[in-house]
Structures are given as C-alpha cells and as structure tokens.
Design a protein around this ligand. Sequence first.
Ligand code: HDE
Length: 737
Amino acid sequence: MAKTPPKSRAQQSAKLRSPDLGAADMGGESPQKATPVPAETDISFTYADPQAAGGETHQVAGGDIPTLTTQQGIPVADDQNSLKQGARGPTLLEDFHFREKMFHFDHERIPERVVHARGYGAHGYFELTDSLSDVTRADVFQRVGERTPAFVRFSTVAGSKGSVDLARDVRGFAVKLYTQEGNWDLVGNNIPVFFIQDAIKFPDLIHAAKPEPDRAFPQAQTAHDNFWDFVSLTPEAFHMIMWTMSDRALPRSFRTMEGFGVHTFRLVDAKGKSTFVKFHWKPKQGLQSVVWNEAVKINGADPDFHRRDLWDAINAGDFPEWDLGVQLFDDAFADSFDFDVLDATKLIPEELVPIRVVGRLVLDRVVDNFFAETEQVAFCTQNVPPGIDFSNDPLLQGRNFSYLDTQIKRLGGPNFTHIPINAPKCPMHHFQQDGHMAMHNPKGRVNYEPNSWGATQGGPREDPARGFISFAEEADGPKQRVRSETFADHYSQARQFFVSQVQIEQKHISDALVFELSKVERPDIRSRTVSHLLHIDPGLAATVADGLGISLPDGAVAARQPITDLPASDPLSIVKNGPDSFKGRKLGILLSDGADAAIFKALVAAVEADEAVYEVIAPKIAGVTLSDGTTVAAKHKIDGGPSVLFDAVAIVVAKEGAALLALDAPTKDFVADAFAHCKFIGFTAEARSIFAKAGMTDDLDEACLLLEDEEDAVMFLAACRQLRHWARELEVDLDAR
Ligand code: HDE
C-alpha cells in the first residue's frame, strides 16, 4: 500500500473528525469555539495528530474515575474509534476491543417471557405480624416481627415487553420471599380466579389472547376475534371474563391493586397435618382503578405510567404496603363448599371463610439494574419451603412443570439460580454442578452421595427432620383424561361477581363488553358471547346486545343447572374498598403567569398534609411567575401533561393566562378529560373562560369546586379523597338514553 506522507494524513483525519467531536462533546460547536464540558463527561481518545485537531487536550481517566477496560480487564485507550489501516482505511479484525464490544451488544437480548413479558419489580420485605405456627412448620410463618427479604414483580400478561402499562389485562403479582429455608415463590395475579381449569388449555388461551399469528396484531388487547372465539367456546372462562371486563383490569397503580395466590395451597405442620389455604395481598393504599377512556389516553401520554408510579413512590419514601391475608379451611369445609376448591375458576367468598391477616409486605427499594433484577428474576411455582405444599388443582400442577421449563429457555441454562436475584439468601449445599455459566461449583473431591468420605469431606446429607416432605395425600383412581363434575358450574360465581359491583362498576363492565365485542368481526362470535352473559345476568346480556345492536340470542347450553343466586360480596367491588384519604395520590395543578400565589401555596400545603404529591403544568416548561412574584418551575408543558396523569386537577390561572390557554387545544382537553373521567376539579374564577371554550360551562357540578381563598383549597383536597365523582358519569349516561 502506498504510504501517505504523515502530515497530509494527519490533516485529513483532523478535518473529518472535528464535526463529530463537536456533535458529541461540544453541543455542535467547533472545537475552537467549544465551551468547557463538566469533568464527568470528559472522554479520552486519540487524534491521528493532536496538533491538527486544534491542540485540544482531553482528560484521560484518572484519580477517582475508573479506567475503562474490556471484559477481560484490559485497559482501553480509545473507545471512540475502531482500529483502522490508516485514518480512512478498513477496520481491522485484530481490533479485539471493537469485536468484544459489538459481540456483547449483539447478544444483549434474551427471549422475553412468553406471557407477562412487560413487568416491573422492586425489593422489600415481608414481616410476620401473626404467627401461623398453629398450622404450618414453614419457617417464614413462625416468629412474629421477623422480616424476610422479598422481591416483587408486577406485570401485564398479553403484551410484549415494549407494550403499554394500561392495557386492559390481568396483572401479575409475583412475590419471591427469600426465607431461611429456601425461596418461596408465590406467583399470583391481581384477580383471584383464572380463565381455565386445566393447564393443558394454557397454550390455547394464550395463543388466542396474543396478536393473531398472520397479522401480528392487535398488541396487548383481547379486543379481537381469536380471543372471544376461544372464550365463547370455553364457558369456564366467564367468571374471569367478568373480572377482566371490570375496572380490575385497569388499575390506577400497582400500589392500588390486590394480589391473589389464586390456587388452593396447603399449609402443613410438623406432624404432617394439612390445612388448606388461599393467599391474599390487600393493599394498604386501598383499591383504585382508572376508566377505559382514560387508560387509552394514558397509554399515549405515558406508556410507563405504572412503572414510573412505583419508581417515584418508592424513591419518594412512600413505600407501598400490602397485608398478607390467609383463608384457612379444612377438608370438612372443602367437602361442604358449593364449588370445588381445586377449581381455579372459583374463589371462596370472604364471608364464608374470613381472612386472617398474618403479615405485611413492604416495597422499599427500587432495583439497581432493571435487566439484572427485574428481567432475570425467575419465579417458579414449585419453589415452596417445608410447611407449604400444593393441592391437586390441575392448573397449579401444570404450572409446576411450566415455570422451571420456561426459565431454562429464557435464561439459557440450568444455572439461573446462580444469578443473584434468584439465589437463595440462606445456606445451600448440593451436588449439582457444571452447565453453562456455572458460578458455584462444589469444592473438593466428592460430588455424589451416599459416600464414605466422612463428615468433613463428604459434603451435605439429607435431613428427614428438617427437609421438605410432601403432604402424604392418599390418591387412587383410574388413569383418565376427564374433568371432575364438581368443576361444572361456570356461571354462579360470575353472577355473584356482577351483583357485587356498584352501579358504575356494572356500567363499566357492560361498556367494556360492548367495546371489545365491537372489535370482533364475526357476528356469530359476538352473539355466542352474549349467550353466556344471559346466564350471568339477563340485564347485562340485554344491555350488551343493545350496545352491539343485535337481538338477544338463546342462552348457551350450561354444563350444569341450576345457576345459583349467591349473595353479593363487598370485597369484590373496587369502589367499596377505596382509600379514605388522598395519600399517595397526585394532584395536577395547571398554572399560568400571575396565578394566585396564596391559593397555589394553600393547595400545596393541603397536598403535603395528606401525604399526597402534586405536579405543576404550565404553558412553558420553564414555569410561571405567580401573583406575588414567586417563580414556580413546571413539571410538564401543557401538551405533555394531560389531566389523565393525575387523580384530581386544579386550574389556578390569572385572567390573561386563562385567555391564552382557552385557545389551546391541549388545555381544552385537559379540563374536558378531567370532567369526563369524573375527577374533582378545583378552579379559580378566571378558569371559567377555559371551561367556556371547552363547552363545559353548563355542566359544572358539585365536584367542580371554586377556589376563592386558602380555605377553599383545603376543602377541595378533602373532597378529592373520594377520588371520583361517579354520579357525573351515571347522569351523562342517563341523559344519553
Ligand atoms: Fe403463569 N406463567 N402460567 N400464571 N405467570 C408465566 O413463567 C403458566 C397462571 C403468572 O413476573 C411463565 O417465568 C401456565 C396463573 C405470573 O416473572 C410461564 C399456566 C397465574 C407470571 C407461565 C399459568 C399466573 C407468570 C412465563 C396455566 C396466577 C410472571 C414466564 C396452568 C396465579 C412471573 C415465566 C414474573 C409467568 C405458565 C397460569 C401468574 C410460561 C402453564 C393461574 C405473575 O411459565
């Protein structure tokens, strides 16, 4: 290759590099004009000829700044340029740093979870408040006051990793407790029942719910033909359908939803006596959901609404907390119960078996690294410590195979338990060895047992007194593929759920069914779905049929008659189990220049007194100057901070600012959406011009409160404790008929 004279080569390379340097380092300025950048952004790299680049010197890592290395620990001198044959020549295969960096990047992704792909986790602890030593030997349930480290991952089910947080969907509520006798994974959901009774149907259910295979849409939606085709042919799904069409599928926050173990499990004492148990997580924050129209808009405004909420709350020291409740019952209750306790499409009403609260779960630490912890955490239903055992629920039995299997695929091999987030925090000793990425291999010569190497060299031994012993359940019967007759009543509990809802919740269920079925193209699927609703509630079926514009079909053939009228159960309603304060909720305050400082400050004080939070929305992100000359920075510019992001809103504006805002479409949406979503609205008199432009003047009701002085601000915050003014939606609905 012809040699280029050193000088001209240097000049060439300097000419080509300068604009790049400017873009990366100096805000687009040329190096000569650059303003100094803070030390932490300094980088070290090599010019072909430093003189030619204007004589700039760039700080090399040193002092407290660690030197960049390869994965092998080799210090890196230049991370900005690949190794080339000449400044403009080809990149050399010899560049091990480039190849290692790119190879690693190429392999950054692991398969996303086949379900529950989108999730968000946090650390915390479980504290026992009432010992369960009367019914179980499980170590975690023995000593009141003892804290067990916990990791919790919340998730949606159907959407892929990059989907939105407020899809209408079930939420996963998976808890890993690092107990002193091994990890206990209680892999639950925010709904206490499931779509299917036998695990063999799970692949079909999930295929039907996920995007249709030819077109790969819709994403994170059950509003399509395949899903409703499957469920309308699977009547056992209808209890769960009632839950997923309710606002339970649109939680306001992970912090405001319940968690359920779903299946019947067993607690086993030291003598081997078993007690059946259902696990419940009850949020201390109270239950709360959003409405569908709001959810759709939140997904656009902030697809990370739930994860941001959890991250912000924990970082602000507002640690979410749940009570752990257990429903304990014996064989006699199980035998007398109207339904089969092994059927995961049924719950046990709390009125029949009251909940005993035995502990609390607190989430007090966000993850350091999302991938290392939230993505790599591997929950397995079969992880149960001594004293906790399975029932014969065929869904649970199938899950016990699926979870281990899926982790091997997802995390690449059998050593996923070596990853810190999955490793037990108690001592562990076993002879399992080798495999991909093995981190903990047995030391010494012995890797088998029994052996005769004695106590010091022979390694661990089993311990019948301490070890896990399966409950010695008697089982007999022919080998057969059947469904028990005791699983056959598909509608009674679906009806119970529906009649337990308050009027607005019932309306949301029928609205959701009409919406979803309106996205179904085949009329026979729509109609077949309504044929099941007839067994649940004829009024509901009629409303949905009317909403679809179809005539009522005949009722579906029920696997078992009669369908029982069970009494309403209050714990099934969200509205009946809401919070009694605005704590942990968020007020959005829309400000303009010249806004009344006293009212703004009174609102802030009231928010803080209620341990709630607020965010300021303003015409410009730099903020506003209030009537007293104070400046307030904004969190959102008005078009980036729609009212759907807040639990309640206050519009504190001055005349001139209001006049300008009234011309602004996002501002009109801000007030109109807050009103449509039944939120409490506080406003200064000047905001009336905005309401007028939004066409709301005649509609303002008792949940739209005028803020004239500081006292009004306090009263407004007190009113916000109800969260929503549902009467507004019901009135609008009645007007529409
Ligand atoms: Fe899961 N489920 N599931 N599931 N599930 C998974 O495991 C499965 C079921 C639940 O945050 C997978 O690690 C089968 C009920 C949660 O990492 C997979 C059946 C309940 C999570 C799997 C069910 C759940 C999963 C996918 C029917 C509530 C997320 C990735 C028999 C009680 C855990 C993974 C996390 C995840 C299988 C039904 C809850 C494939 C076969 C019922 C919260 O193993």
